[in-house]
Ligand binder design. Structure first.
Ligand SMILES: NC(=O)C1=CN([C@@H]2O[C@H](COP(=O)(O)OP(=O)(O)OC[C@H]3O[C@@H](n4cnc5c(N)ncnc54)[C@H](O)[C@@H]3O)[C@@H](O)[C@H]2O)C=CC1
Ligand SMILES: O=C(O)[C@@H]1CCC=N1
Length: 279
């Protein structure tokens, strides 16, 4: 098992939604290698004062306005939007405190080749694609190395994100597709719950009840499949009585282009990731 020194210094650049979720998850985690991490191990750089005040109050972490104000770091988590990433890296690339850091990017689309051009020459880099359920310890994160990352770096980052759910090492060529599937995926599932709620309300159900039924159905189906090891196909077939209402529903959904809609959505997200990577 990979270990972290209890004095490890982790800098978070970008204290927004995902940065907070990752840092907060590590601080709260009882799992190795995050178990020993406390607020003392972190410093956050974020230009907006309200976010800094929130993070200081909620976690007791030290916050600074700009990344150049960070005085020391071993690991740097890059949690800014792709549109500002290169500017952030250029501002710190010649700062001596970052010269030998392990950088961990969570940004959509930005390739390790591109990021590495703006990093200090001796810095190492691992790229990840997490998702928002890591807020509740149920994230899905993909991890890939770079030309500069060691096997130990990749193993450490996978282990750290495993503290926040499941983490899978993949080839970098698959990162945009994994972002389009699991990175954006919570939005698709939430949109499905919204659509089912609206459809139930359209059939006369109370909207609050319809939403609770849709949510519990998504949760219960995922639990059922995880606990029994059923495949999606087995789960689907088990619900479909011959000549029954579920088969009628799936046929109508197919006719309305549901699976083509998922294909088109994931393709659009991959395309947009590639555009963001070129920002
Ligand atoms: N929201 C999501 O579900 C996911 C987001 N991501 C990636 O996470 C990254 C962050 O996204 P969010 O947290 O959603 O965005 P966000 O907008 O909530 O957070 C970004 C933070 O960066 C700060 N920031 C802007 N310029 C800065 C600078 N020069 N130095 C330091 N901080 C700066 C902003 O003030 C903001 O607090 C993005 O690269 C995104 O692609 C990855 C997976 C999922
Ligand atoms: O929408 C986005 O660009 C980010 C990346 C994956 C989820 N949110």
């Amino acid at each position: 098992m990979v270990q972290l020194s209890k004095d490890v210094r982790i800098a978070l650049i970008g204290g927004g939604k995902m940065g907070e979720a990752v840092m907060g998850g590590w601080i709260a985690s009882g799992k190795e290698p995050a178990a020993s991490l406390t607020a003392e191990n972190f410093v956050v750089a974020n230009p907006g004062l309200p976010r800094r005040e929130h993070l200081e109050q909620a976690y007791g972490v030290a916050c600074v306005e700009q990344a150049v104000d960070i005085d020391a770091a071993d690991i740097v988590v890059l949690a800014v939007k792709p549109q500002v990433m290169m500017g952030v890296l250029e501002a710190i690339s010649s700062e001596p405190q970052f010269a030998e850091c392990l950088f961990v990017s969570i940004a959509a689309g930005m390739t390790t080749e591109r990021l590495q051009t703006a990093l200090p020459s001796r810095a190492r880099l691992v790229r990840t694609m997490p998702n928002t359920p890591l807020l509740v310890g149920a994230g899905a994160t993909t991890v890939c190395g770079s030309a500069s990352a060691t096997e130990g770096d990749i193993e450490l980052v996978q282990a750290l994100f495993s503290c926040l759910g499941a983490a899978f090492v993949v080839d970098e060529d698959d990162m945009d597709a994994t972002g389009a599937l699991s990175g954006s995926g919570p939005a698709y599932v939430a949109a499905m719950i919204e659509a089912l709620t609206a459809a139930g309300a359209g059939e006369g159900l109370d909207a609050g009840l319809a939403e609770q039924l849709a949510l519990q159905t998504v949760f219960g189906t995922a639990e059922l499949m995880r606990e029994t090891g059923q495949t999606p196909e087995q789960t689907r077939i088990a619900v479909c009585s011959p000549g029954g209402s579920t088969l009628a529903a799936l046929a109508a959904m197919d006719e309305a282009g549901l699976s083509r809609a998922y294909e088109a959505g994931v393709r659009a997200a991959v395309q947009r990731s590639k555009e963001l990577g070129a920002c």
